[in-house]
Structure formats: C-alpha cells, structure tokens
Design a protein around this ligand. Structure first.
Ligand code: NAP
Length: 246
C-alpha cells in the first residue's frame, strides 16, 4: 500500500466543501476540515468519518486572519505531518449594486475569498515545497470569468483567484506543485438558497442543461484536479456550470 494522502479543505463544513471532504474520504484520503462558525454541521461530519474509520481533523479558523491561518496549518501538520492537497473553498457573498455597495461589503468579500486563499496557500506551500509535491485547487466562479450584476465585489474576488492560480502554477511547477481553479456556475447550496424561486427559475432558463448543479458534481471535478489523475494539468480554470459560460 502507498503512503496515505492528506487533503485540507477550507470552509468544509457545508455545501461544496463538505461534499469535497466526502469524495476525498471515499478515495482513502485523511481529511482536514476548516470551518469558521458552524460547529454543528462540522461535528456531525466528523462523527460520520469516525464511524467509517476515516482519519479526520476539524479546525476552526478564519482564513482571512494570518494568526488563525498559522494556527490552522500548525495543528494540521502536527497531526498529519504533511498536506498533499489543498482546496481553497471558503467563500462568502455580500451582494449589492455598485452604487449601494459599502466599503465594508467590498473589503470583507475580498478579504475572505481572495486574501484568505493567499494566506492559506502561502502557509501550506511551505510544506509542499519541502516534499516537492502537491496540488492546489482554488474555488473561482463563472462570475469571475463573465461578471454578474450585483456582485462586483464577489466577481472581483473570483477573477483575482484566477490570476493568483495561474501565477502560482508558474511559480511552483518546478517544485512539482500544481495549481488549478474550478469555476462553478449555480450550485444548490446555502449560498444560492437565498435566491427567490423566480430568480432561480430565471437562472435555470439561462443554463443550457436547464438546472442548477449539485455540490457533488463540483466535488468530483475538485477531486480529479487534486489527485494524481490530473498529473499533467496545471494553471487551468475549468468550468462546471451546465454550459452556462462557453
Ligand atoms: P456555503 O454553503 O455558503 O459554505 C461556505 C463555507 O465557507 C462554509 O463552510 C463556511 O464555514 C466557510 N467560511 C465562510 N467564511 C469563512 C472564513 N472566514 N474562514 C473559513 N471558512 C469560512 O458555500 P458554497 O456554496 O459551498 O461555496 C463554496 C465555494 O464555492 C465558495 O468559494 C464559493 O464562492 C464557490 N462557489 C459557489 C457557487 C454556488 O453556486 N454555490 C458558485 C460558484 C462558486 P461556516 O459554516 O463555519 O460558516
């Protein structure tokens, strides 16, 4: 049997992140789940993993705070000694039209989505470089590619993640570390459950496959990019959006 592999998923307590943890666990990985506030969901996921004999660790940390990120990585390395795959999934929205958007709404989204991705990647890469091996998957969005009215803060953060991913893919390739981004379309999670039925219907009408995606459909792509199955793919942005953006 080969060496066991470890994946760190930020924002893994709910939605896409939780599904990513489940898919990696099904494929024999040890799991580190970071969350920020929602302890109930993450504890029930940990219990599920314990019952299935999956090694896991849950760590509370705000990815936008350097000190909390340092503590997150310290605890993860103490337990598993290495991180083979990093999934930068933690993300928020604070939607508003440009003219109504506050500085706080803009800053908060950039801080968690973009700066959080930078802080966690920098901290984890140190250990990946030592091992000369690693795979990083960052959560962008189709709106980071195509834009969306009412989401200038979120779209900017997700477009920023694309530039960040391509830059680190170039920087880290010589150390055998790959970096890719996924760009989901509309996926049924808490993030999109706030939309009204009328808005959802309108969105579905604009998607060639005529429905929202599931967290599992995104998680399967993330697993592919995180694992050795995609060993010759780096610096790419792959859409998982039912054909919304072509
Ligand atoms: P979600 O259901 O709202 O879950 C968000 C996750 O992020 C939760 O686990 C939350 O933890 C965590 N989180 C929030 N702020 C954090 C912080 N400061 N530090 C650490 N963790 C934090 O979201 P989702 O729909 O699964 O989205 C996951 C990712 O996919 C996000 O990056 C999102 O932008 C991206 N995405 C989603 C869609 C979509 O349609 N759903 C489309 C494109 C891209 P707590 O539970 O502790 O709050």
């Amino acid at each position: 049997m080969g060496e066991r592999k470890t994946v760190l998923i930020t924002g893994g307590s709910r939605g896409i992140g939780k599904e990513v943890a489940t898919v990696f666990a099904e494929n024999g990985y040890d799991i580190i789940i970071n969350y920020e506030s929602d302890k109930t969901d993450v504890e029930s996921l940990k219990k599920e993993f314990d019952e299935k004999g999956v090694e896991s660790l849950i760590i509370k940390a705000d990815v936008s705070k350097q000190e909390e990120v340092d503590n997150l990585i310290k605890q993860a390395i103490e337990k598993f000694e290495k991180i083979d795959v990093l999934v930068n999934n933690a993300g928020i929205t604070k939607d508003n039209l440009l003219m109504r958007m506050s500085e706080e709404e803009f800053d908060k989204v950039i801080e968690i989505n973009l700066k959080g991705t930078f802080l966690v990647t920098k901290a984890v890469t140190k250990y990946m470089m030592k091992k000369r091996q690693g795979s990083i998957v960052n959560l962008s969005s189709v709106v980071g590619v195509a834009g969306n009215s009412g989401q200038c803060n979120y779209s900017a953060s997700k477009a920023g993640i694309i530039g960040f991913t391509k830059s680190i893919a170039k920087e880290l390739a010589s150390r055998n570390i790959r970096a890719n981004a996924v760009a989901p379309g509309f996926i049924a999670t808490d993030m999109t459950s706030v939309l009204s039925d009328a808005v959802k219907e309108n969105i579905n009408g604009q998607i060639p496959l005529k429905r929202m995606g599931t967290a599992k459909e995104v998680a399967e792509l993330i697993y592919f990019l995180g694992s050795e199955k995609s060993s010759y793919i780096t610096g790419q942005v792959i859409n998982v959006d039912g054909g919304m953006v072509m």
